[in-house]
Design a protein around this ligand. Structure first.
Ligand SMILES: Cc1cc2nc3c(=O)[nH]c(=O)nc-3n(C[C@H](O)[C@H](O)[C@H](O)COP(=O)(O)OP(=O)(O)OC[C@H]3O[C@@H](n4cnc5c(N)ncnc54)[C@H](O)[C@@H]3O)c2cc1C
Length: 481
């Protein structure tokens, strides 16, 4: 959902602080609760379960669909968080069980096994075991996503279902057998969390489904722009409001009778908000995109958006480096078209890299933009290039040094979009040529992971730091009870 003005959207550190504070809240409620006396291990196990349950619930709003949460961070960071947080939740759930049996295990391993088997098989704990199983299957199927013989939509449906099973059975487990959660304020809190999860799912899949049907768009034209690459001109039907977007953002698109959020796909807007309607540049990649070129004009389209912060507005800047690889040119083209439409005076350097020269799109438009903008172009293709303004080969550090030459490094921002390995390489090379990390912004079209940039690694380190704080909080809870 995208309704919050960008100035009001919290920054990354603020969100991290809120996440920690929010996780403390159920622990504070637990402290206020009277429970049968336990040993320190049991307090730690209970606290671990509470934190895991809370972490599980928060996963529902870090799916990248809530502008208030992902608006300032961008889809790349929010997805990185979502993936890592899922691993913490699993770790916390496993520790929750193990810590309960650990003291017995240390005294008498045989008795420890008996106690563990009891927890895993006794009907009273069944909902907790189902929750743990659902989280495990959810994470394994996500890690194996590229190798599963399922359509992406089937994985998404399973992901949602498993997430709901995990959270709701986890909440049932806490209320049924939780030492602190079975009654009192914490029981009420978990009831509200269950309602909130159902509310979030209703908004994501009910309200958005309704909007996709109430506010239809229409396909005005489909134009082939390169090999297996199409540009779609999509216009709102009468009565459908324009979407107030910034150049570089993306939308979730569905078409025809399949206008249900589970079937939507993200595409960057390759357009300026100054123009009526939306242009999407789509490369054939699988089941959905392979049919794009055959869509008939007038086809009904569902648009949900805008999303993302891959925009100049989100990153105030004096000079701009735009770097696109393959279909990653889509949001870059949108930003450039908008700069032309607004008569932007800032210096802009654009590098556009493709595998084969015939796959460049909108070259005439890019070249024409050099007449109206303070724009320099680097056109790179890996095959022998056929015109004087093209460079053969990949983007190198030397090209990037040339691009930043003469620009103020502190206030020049680079926006990169392209295949994962290219984004990683370019992002790291830009740091090597002196651009500060905060000035290097990128968006990948694939959440699956793969190569990781220095910036990715730094984010992971920060998120691991957050995990360590959680561990300290749980230990503090156990030691001070
Ligand atoms: C923020 C963002 C912006 C994007 N912008 C563009 C763009 O402007 N032009 C363009 O051609 N492509 C873009 N993509 C990629 C595009 O969404 C996928 O290529 C497309 O969804 C593939 O669907 P498919 O059914 O044809 O292929 P599949 O064979 O189903 O999928 C191929 C791969 O695409 C990814 N994918 C598939 N469906 C989805 C989905 N619903 N949500 C997220 N990822 C999915 C998965 O990693 C999958 O492994 C963007 C992706 C993201 C995340």
């Amino acid at each position: 959902m995208t309704d919050m003005p960008s100035a009001l959207r919290p920054s990354g550190p603020v969100l991290a602080g809120l996440y920690l504070l929010a996780a403390l809240f159920p622990l504070v409620l637990a402290r206020m609760q009277s429970a049968a006396p336990m040993d320190r291990w049991e307090y730690a196990a209970a606290a671990m379960g509470i934190v895991a349950l809370w972490g599980m619930a928060v996963q529902f709003v870090t799916s990248g669909r809530f502008g208030a949460i992902s608006g300032r961070l961008g889809i790349d960071k929010i997805m990185a968080f979502h993936k890592l947080a899922a691993l913490w939740v699993l770790l916390a759930l496993v520790l929750h069980t193990l810590i309960y049996v650990l003291p017995t295990w240390l005294d008498d391993p045989d008795l420890g096994w008996i106690r563990l088997r009891f927890y895993l098989t006794d009907p009273a704990y069944r909902s907790g075991v189902i929750s743990l199983g659902a989280v495990t299957v959810l994470i394994v199927t996500s890690l194996l996503l590229d190798r599963l013989p399922w359509p992406y939509e089937a994985w998404r449906g399973t992901h949602l279902l498993l997430g709901m099973i995990a959270a709701l059975t986890g909440l049932h487990h806490a209320s049924a057998v939780g030492r602190f959660s079975a009654d009192g304020a914490l029981a009420w809190f978990w009831a509200l969390v269950a309602l909130a999860i159902l509310g979030v799912v209703t908004v994501l899949y009910g309200w958005r489904w309704w909007l996709l049907h109430r506010r239809p768009w229409r396909l005005k034209s489909v134009t082939k722009r390169a090999d297996r690459m199409w540009e779609l001109d999509i216009q709102p039907d009468p009565g459908t409001p324009r979407i107030p977007y910034h150049a570089g953002q993306f939308v979730w698109m569905t078409e025809g009778g399949r206008r249900f959020p589970l079937f939507d796909h993200p595409f960057s807007i390759a357009d300026s908000p100054k123009r009526e309607g939306l242009s999407l540049l789509i490369k054939e990649a699988g089941d959905f995109t392979s049919q794009i070129g055959n869509l008939p004009e007038g086809r009904i389209i569902g648009i949900d958006g805008p999303y993302g912060e891959f925009t100049l507005e989100a990153h105030g800047t004096d000079a701009v480096l735009l770097i696109g690889g393959g279909v990653g040119i889509a949001p870059i083209l949108g930003i450039l078209r908008d700069m032309v439409a607004r008569g932007d005076k800032r210096p802009v350097r654009l590098a556009y890299a493709v595998g084969a020269a015939h796959n460049f799109v909108c070259l005439d438009e890019l070249r024409a933009a050099t007449e109206t903008l303070d724009l320099q172009l680097w056109l790179l293709s890996e095959d022998p290039s056929d015109t004087a303004d093209m460079i053969r080969g990949r983007l190198t550090q030397a090209h990037l040094s040339e691009m930043v030459n003469g620009l103020p490094q502190d206030t020049t921002k680079a926006l990169i979009c392209g295949p994962g390995p290219m984004v990683v390489a370019v992002s790291d090379m830009l740091l090597d040529v002196g651009l500060p990390m905060r000035n290097v912004i990128y968006e990948r079209f694939d959440y699956a992971g793969g190569a990781r940039s220095r910036q990715d690694r730094m984010r992971t380190a920060r998120m691991l730091g957050l995990g360590a704080i959680f561990l300290a909080i749980v230990s503090g809870f156990a030691l001070t009870m």
